[in-house]
Design a protein around this ligand. Structure first.
Ligand code: GLA
Length: 728
């Protein structure tokens, strides 16, 4: 039983294999947080709520209710009534005043998990997940609050979500609604977050908590390149293998806040939810609002365990694509090969050459529609440009299929170019503040997806193209962030709903797409990796990781991404050199080894690269087929980080039964007098003996992990190797 309730002590106990989460009720019905950490197997108690320490428990002494509220470890703090730490919910009543307070009314414990209406969320059968729903009530505003906790025992994951319903007669305004809160005592915590920029997404950042609030957030309308909806609090000295880790990750693709606050009493409040900035939702009588899901995990065994918990969880309970547990076709994308300068013949030339090398799919990127020959026109006009695609799309797809390749296509459905037929017809469909010229970004505006007619138009355009030919893959791009948040459709009172309504619109579109085309391989993308988030993962089993395809820059981007995402979710390609983003030249082999950790594919003009490089592609495609099952389904171990040592990077994929381990080693910089480097491997069975493929060397797992493995004879910069160990 993952969830239990001890009636006498009023304690809810949520157990995973390795963790326990305890919730307690105060005499008044405040839902308090008792404990989260290593699994507890004996009787539990609620003394950690520290009720007896406090002289001003509201039901006993009202004199200092605020002192109590500002101290009490609570599961879901509401704003306006005296808890001055970060609140999770702010509600303004019909008189314009902000304040609410929620007390426990009842609960249910059941097997399985409900869907979250209109939102992506994890799922599981009655055997796999158990849920606790705690119902709370604000008796003044007549609001019902539902706090849901779903426990995935095997994966050590607890998901949380919140729903509020207006059961009163008056309209209220929801000005903030987060999805999770964790009140803890400070253990000298450090906060890990993932920050970045275009072409530099998800770099790991770590720093000690200081008094006050440390926030990562996005107000850009998407999860963004700049910040990521993830934070972890770790105890000092946490490594891959040891230390306590408390992590939260948000299943949402829009504005978010993730925050840790170190308070006056040395407690820490960790929260996550939709960003309250420019968010306000009108909740009329009878209406409800569902906040998205937070995926929470605790690891008492360092960051490695956290990563593996997230990887398993997302692979098993969030990604719903039929490609989830399947090899993806090795694709070649024409973006870096041709940019906008292509036509049918050029694409067929690439396809013919690609086929010879074992590549399995051609993806036609941006520039095939309207009159688009640079990034300044035609978004919204999803009609094939027959000047480029002579003979039409079906003809091209059929010919590519005849060559023996699958066919994929690029869209940017959420956008509208000022220079487009669509804009001429419907300028009011662009997000804009009436009377103010909207800000362009990459020469484009964003469509107002809060409008049903816009969503229907966009969907029909995309679907009509997909119905017209044998298209098996879609890259769904989004190349600008949102600004000028105004809708010509929403009323004055509802304008601050636009950010969230937009995200709901994107979700509705992708839901329709994967429902009508269940076998379609969908890859989400946003100016590289700006919408790499669990919300998108629900619809697409892979997401383009970054526009930076340089093998060395990718080490940092992929290390940050792999911290929480399964490797096969990372869109990763081999591209041409000098690299188009950083100008670096790296060996073709290294580019292949780094891309192998992701979906694997090519992003270059295969008809123009050197014969030497082209001749390496068949080997690389064979390498993909050999290792992809292991990489996709195996356990990930981070062994060394170039971010920390500035010299080399190393990681491994290990089969669940430890029968084989693939180690990838990248020597970023060569070093004088370094003839061999010892590294401590991980992911082996200590009691088994392994052969190193291609050699006659044999090692026990114990030796490799405790005594170390020697990387020998590596000279030069940007060199890489794969080491494949197979159990004897
Ligand atoms: C974004 C994507 C690229 C490419 C271009 C096309 O930047 O990340 O891969 O598709 O758009 O405009």
């Amino acid at each position: 039983m993952a969830v239990s309730y001890e009636k006498q002590k009023k304690i809810f106990k949520l157990d995973t294999e390795k963790s326990t989460y305890l919730i307690g009720l105060s005499p008044e019905g405040y839902v308090g947080h008792i404990y989260y950490g290593d699994r507890l197997n004996q009787n539990v108690d609620n003394y950690l709520l520290r009720m007896e320490e406090h002289p001003f428990i509201p039901s006993v002494n009202k004199r200092e209710k605020s002192a109590f509220l500002d101290f009490y470890p609570i599961e879901y703090p509401s704003g306006g009534v005296g808890d001055y730490r970060e609140s999770c919910i702010n509600i303004r009543n019909s008189q314009g005043c902000m304040g609410s307070e929620f007390f426990y009314t009842s609960h249910e414990i059941y097997k399985g998990k409900h869907k979250l209406e209109g939102l992506p969320a994890s799922f599981g059968t009655e055997e796999e997940v158990e849920t606790l729903d705690i119902h709370c009530h604000d008796e003044i505003l007549h609001l019902e609050l539902l706090l849901s906790y779903s426990v995935f025992e095997k994966e050590n994951i607890i998901t949380r979500s919140v729903r509020i319903e207006n059961c009163g007669q008056q309209e209220v305004r929801l000005e903030k609604i987060y999805s999770a809160c964790l009140d803890m005592d400070n253990e000298d915590f450090e906060m890990i977050s993932l920050h970045g920029s275009w072409a530099r997404e998800r770099h790991i950042q770590q720093g000690r908590l200081h008094y006050g609030k440390q926030i990562v957030s996005s107000a850009r309308g998407e999860s963004s390149h700049q910040e990521h909806p993830f934070i972890a609090l770790v105890t000092p000295g946490t490594t891959q293998k040891q230390g306590k880790v408390y992590a939260m990750h948000f299943v949402y693709s829009g504005n978010f806040t993730a925050q840790a606050e170190l308070t006056q009493f040395d407690s820490v409040r960790m929260v996550m939810g939709i960003n309250g900035e420019e968010f306000s939702w009108r909740l009329a009588p009878g209406e409800a609002f569902q906040a998205p899901e937070v995926v929470m995990t605790y690891s008492g065994e360092g960051l490695g365990q956290m990563s593996r918990s997230y990887h398993d969880f997302y692979r098993n309970y969030l990604i719903r694509s039929s490609y989830n547990h399947k090899k993806r076709p090795i694709l070649i994308n024409n973006w870096e090969a041709t940019y906008f300068d292509f036509d049918t013949e050029k694409l067929l030339d690439i396809a013919r050459e690609a086929k010879k090398c074992g590549i399995e799919m051609l993806v036609m990127d941006d520039g095939w529609f309207g009159h688009r020959s640079s990034d300044d026109s035609s978004l919204g006009d999803w009609f094939v440009n027959e000047n480029k695609i002579t003979g039409g799309l079906k003809n091209l797809v059929d010919q590519v299929n005849e060559i023996g390749l699958k066919f994929g296509i690029w869209f940017e459905p959420e956008m509208i170019s000022p220079d487009s037929e669509l804009y001429k017809k419907h300028p009011e469909w662009a997000i804009q503040i009436t009377g103010r010229e909207a800000t362009q970004s990459r020469n484009q505006y964003v469509l107002d997806l809060s409008r049903k007619e816009v969503r229907d138009y966009v969907y029909e355009c995309v679907a009509a193209v997909l119905r017209s030919a044998n298209i098996e893959y879609v890259k769904w791009d989004m190349n600008r962030q949102l600004s000028d948040m105004g809708s010509t459709y929403l009323g004055r009172e509802d304008q601050q709903e636009l950010f969230h309504r937009y995200v709901l619109g994107v979700y509705e579109l992708q839901e329709r797409l994967v429902s009508e085309f269940p076998e379609l391989l969908l890859e989400n993308c946003s100016g590289g990796g700006a919408r790499f988030d669990p919300g998108m993962l629900y619809y697409s089993p892979q997401i383009w990781c970054s526009d930076d395809t340089d093998a060395i820059e990718r080490l940092l981007i992929q290390e940050g991404t792999e911290l929480i995402y399964p490797l096969a979710a990372m869109g990763a390609h081999v591209s041409d050199c000098p690299n188009h983003t950083v100008g670096r030249v790296t060996p073709f082999e290294t580019r292949g080894h780094v891309a192998l950790s992701g979906t694997f594919g090519y992003e270059l003009d295969i008809t123009k690269i050197s014969e030497e490089e082209r001749s390496m592609i068949p080997e690389q495609t064979a390498m993909y087929h050999k290792y992809h099952d292991l990489i996709r389904e195996g356990d990930y171990f981070r062994i060394a980080s170039y971010r920390e040592n500035h010299l080399y990077d190393c990681w491994a994929s290990s089969a669940k039964d430890r029968s084989e381990v693939l180690v990838t080693y990248v020597q970023v910089l060569g070093q004088a007098n370094c003839h061999s480097r010892k590294i401590y491997l991980d992911g082996f069975d200590p009691d088994k003996t392994y052969c190193l493929e291609g050699t006659d060397e044999e090692y026990t797992g114990e030796l490799l992990m405790k005594a170390g493995f020697l990387i020998r004879d590596m000279r030069g910069d940007f060199q890489s190797r794969l080491y494949h160990f197979i159990v004897k």
